[in-house]
Ligand binder design. Structure first.
Ligand SMILES: Cc1ncc(C[n+]2csc(CCOP(=O)(O)OP(=O)(O)O)c2C)c(N)n1
Ligand SMILES: [Mg+2]
Length: 609
């Protein structure tokens, strides 16, 4: 067999391993050394290919795609050298955001490494501790053991990536010339096509059973139920996480316990068809007040997901560090930056909560036991107190926002949220967008999936991740809220919309720089230093850039213009950018005003007889 045929068979066996383990999508960027990967993977009918030019964007696109597919492993392939290094930020985000990426890099064979060969860098262990597993694959050979080896690598890579907690893996493939692989004689494309048509958009998660049907260790259920039964004022905190079954099981448990569920905007608990009775979406507003935060002392906390976005909520949890806080995660997961928690590991956290709720529902009316749970007679019940505060704070925020003449950043975020139809996906940028969604995004019964790059909270790669999410979403539109610096950071990512005919509605909040810094201590610096070192205004007009990528740009200054533009953008599809211009200092002042009006209203609600 000719070397080019051996390469084909070897890479094809590897591809079979990937496919067998659930990979359906490959994002790739061009290069010579990676030719065997590109050509052979492209010949696989089970795999949908997403070509890109810029590897950094390609990596983030793969990340967003995997997120949207609910944890299906996605492969990303590139050539050697700096190309591989450009995948690094996406690998880091995948690691901490628990996204199963299978990273494939091409490399020179051993004899050309470290001897000055072109486009050759040290790719062994390139991503360090940011990958769960890496391997320097053997050179292609088509002997039976080597074909079994290649298939093993594919299957093992994908299975390792999805194993909880999910994350990236890296396979480095050395290839010798000739680089163009050839399908071996007598092996027809039909043989492969006969393998059957696989739906590349089928999500693993959508086929997964709901919380109650999944199995769970009975001893863990008992441990949780005991903790919940014996504690007054239980509190549930759901941070960023993407499993809708976990969100709805948490909501059900919260309702059963009459426990407030503090729902992070990325928790999937704030929007959805589950029980919303106990969902609190104003913790970031309410817990800014020291006195309120002290008065809302929980008796027991059950936490899940990543660290919440809200600093006020984190401070509150730390303030009550002496209260027992169970941190629910998959085995090995340890997401407790406050160091106040006790781990509660379950292979399937959603199933654990669903079973715990079932046990508690079956054990008699809990409300009757509230007296035993430490609620003083006459004191409004625990959940009712949170809800009364929430209603007051929300009412105040609504009144301020409704009176806007020109659109503010919080107003724009709320406007986009309102414009989204049931079944939409919202990607949220870091910095102020995710914080504004937290503080001002009201819970409701629409299914709105909310995703973000919260693993490492970078402002990089967000456009690409959102377009990747659009590629992985079959039903409902996908929208993105993003700041101007973050948008600038990944302008290259816009190309994917054009290359792949994707639809994304972008709400661009253009305050010419990092608006967040006006709300941080850096704002106390002398103006010139602050502007030059932190705010970093770019003075960019994004319209021509959006148009260069074939997108449609529209500006909106008033609430009604914004509403119309967003509706139009969502209706028309394609790449749509609706830009709202704001001013950083005014934005900071406006936030202070919204916070203080919300808190005053909440304080009045407590004071009321
Ligand atoms: C890759 C990366 N670089 C730098 C930062 C630090 N950082 C956090 S927010 C921010 C400013 C973001 O500005 P913009 O996207 O315009 O959002 P705004 O603050 O105006 O809402 C920066 C530089 C980061 N999180 N990620
Ligand atoms: Mg900005």
């Amino acid at each position: 067999m000719r070397p080019s045929e051996e390469t084909w068979r070897y890479v094809d066996a590897f591809a079979q391993g990937l496919v067998d383990a659930g990979v359906r999508h490959v994002c790739l960027a061009p290069g010579s050394r990676s030719t065997p990967l590109a050509v052979v993977l492209a010949a696989r009918p089970e795999l949908q290919l997403w070509p890109h030019v810029d590897e950094r964007s390609c990596g983030f696109f793969a990340l967003g795609l995997a997120r949207a597919l609910g944890g299906q492993p996605v492969a990303v392939a590139c050539t050697s050298g700096t190309a591989a290094a450009n995948l690094y930020p996406a690998v880091v985000e995948a690691r901490y955001g628990r996204v199963p990426l299978v990273v494939l890099t091409a490399d020179r064979p051993p004899e050309l490494r470290g001897v000055g060969a072109s486009q050759t860098i040290d790719q062994l262990g390139l991503y360090g501790s940011h990958v769960k597993w890496w391997v320097d694959a053997a050179l292609p050979e088509a002997t039976p053991p080597m074909l079994r080896y290649a298939a093993m690598l594919g299957a093992r890579a994908a299975r390792t990536a999805v194993a909880a907690p999910a994350g990236p893996v890296h396979l480095n493939f050395p290839f010798r010339e000739p680089l163009l692989p050839q399908r071996p004689d007598g092996e027809s494309a039909e043989r492969q096509h006969a393998a059957g048509v696989v739906d590349p958009m089928a999500s693993r998660a959508s086929g997964a059973p709901s919380g109650a049907e999944r199995t769970v260790d009975p001893a863990t259920v008992e441990r949780l139920v005991d903790a919940l039964r014996s504690s007054p004022r239980p509190l549930l905190v759901v941070g960023p996480q993407e499993d809708p079954a976990l969100a709805s099981a948490a909501a059900r448990l919260a309702r059963t316990l009459q426990a407030p569920l503090l729902a992070d905007p990325l928790s999937q608990a704030r929007w959805g068809r589950h029980q919303l009775d106990a969902v609190i979406d104003t913790s970031d507003l309410l817990l800014r007040d020291e006195i309120l935060a002290a008065s809302l002392r929980p008796g027991f906390v059950l936490r899940m997901g990543a660290a919440p976005v809200s600093k006020a909520l984190l401070t509150y949890l730390e303030r009550h560090a002496d209260v027992r806080q169970l941190v629910l995660d998959v085995p090995g997961g340890w997401r407790d930056p406050l160091l106040t928690g006790e781990p509660l590991w379950a292979a399937d956290p959603a199933a654990l909560l669903a079973h715990a709720a079932g046990r508690l529902e079956g054990s008699g009316p809990l409300a009757g036991r509230l007296g035993d749970r430490g609620e003083a007679a006459g004191e409004p019940a625990w959940l009712a107190r949170w809800k009364a505060l929430q209603q007051a704070a929300r009412g105040a925020v609504r009144r301020v926002l409704a009176a806007e003449a020109s659109v503010s950043e919080p107003g724009a975020v709320v406007s986009l949220l309102r414009a989204l139809p049931d079944g939409a996906t919202l990607y949220v940028g870091n910095s102020m967008p995710v914080r504004d969604l937290d503080a001002f995004g009201e819970a409701d019964g629409r299914t709105v999936r909310v995703l973000a790059n919260r693993g490492a909270s970078g402002i990089d790669g967000v456009v690409s991740a959102a377009l990747g999410a659009a590629a992985g979403t079959r039903d409902g539109p996908v929208a993105l809220i993003i700041g101007d610096l973050s948008f600038y950071h990944d302008l290259n990512g816009l190309l994917a919309a054009r290359l792949h005919g994707l639809s994304l509605t972008v709400l661009l909040l253009h305050n010419d720089g990092g608006g967040i810094f006006s709300l941080l201590s850096q704002a106390q610096l002398p103006e010139a230093d602050f502007e030059r070192l932190f705010a970093t205004p770019t003075g960019l007009d994004f319209r021509p850039a959006v148009e260069m990528y074939g997108g449609r740009w529209a500006g909106a200054a008033t609430p009604s213009q914004l509403e119309q533009e967003l509706q139009r953008a969502l209706r028309e599809g394609g790449l749509q950018v609706v830009e709202v211009r704001t001013e950083r200092r005014a934005n900071a002042r406006y936030h202070h005003r919204l916070w203080s009006e919300a808190l005053e209203a909440a304080r009045r609600a407590v004071a009321a007889p």
